[in-house]
Design a protein. Structure first.
Length: 144
């Protein structure tokens, strides 16, 4: 049985989620935001507080947030990003978050990640995404 619960971010969990975002290392921020780096977590915290169009799912161990998937609908698809606490990785939390999002929505899903981000590449492939191309900085993925 999975000891983690996955729920939609609500006002009650917002402060714990913002604390989770604040705890990210530079590597976590780079993996999630690429060149936005340190500004990315501040931007996401503001988005989660203020932008009603941005949704999120959180994975919790009962007392703290251990994973976050944020998403937004644009261009007829759902775009999302995932971060799992370093100590909780390789436990399929990221996959569970992605499946929870995709199971609740029949829209196309798009994702981007750096080609050298092996964890993200494995996560996307494992969740049924196909690489649709590359640009100078990222791989582009689609799941129909």
């Amino acid at each position: 049985m999975n000891p983690y619960s996955i729920t939609t971010l609500d006002r009650q969990a917002l402060e714990r989620t913002l604390a989770f975002i604040a705890s990210w290392s530079r590597d976590d921020a780079y993996d999630r935001f690429g060149t936005l780096g340190d500004a990315g977590p501040r931007w996401l915290a503001r988005e989660l507080r203020e932008n009603r169009e941005r949704g999120a799912l959180v994975a919790s161990d009962g007392t703290r947030i251990v994973g976050l998937l944020d998403y937004i609908y644009a261009s007829h698809a759902v775009h999302f990003g995932v971060v799992v606490h370093e100590a909780q990785r390789r436990k399929r939390i990221g996959s569970a978050l992605v499946h929870a999002l995709l199971g609740a929505d029949d829209r196309h899903a798009l994702a981007e990640c750096r080609a050298d981000n092996r964890a993200a590449v494995a996560l996307l492939r494992g969740c049924g995404f196909q690489c649709t191309g590359y640009d100078a900085h990222e791989m582009h993925w689609r799941r129909a």
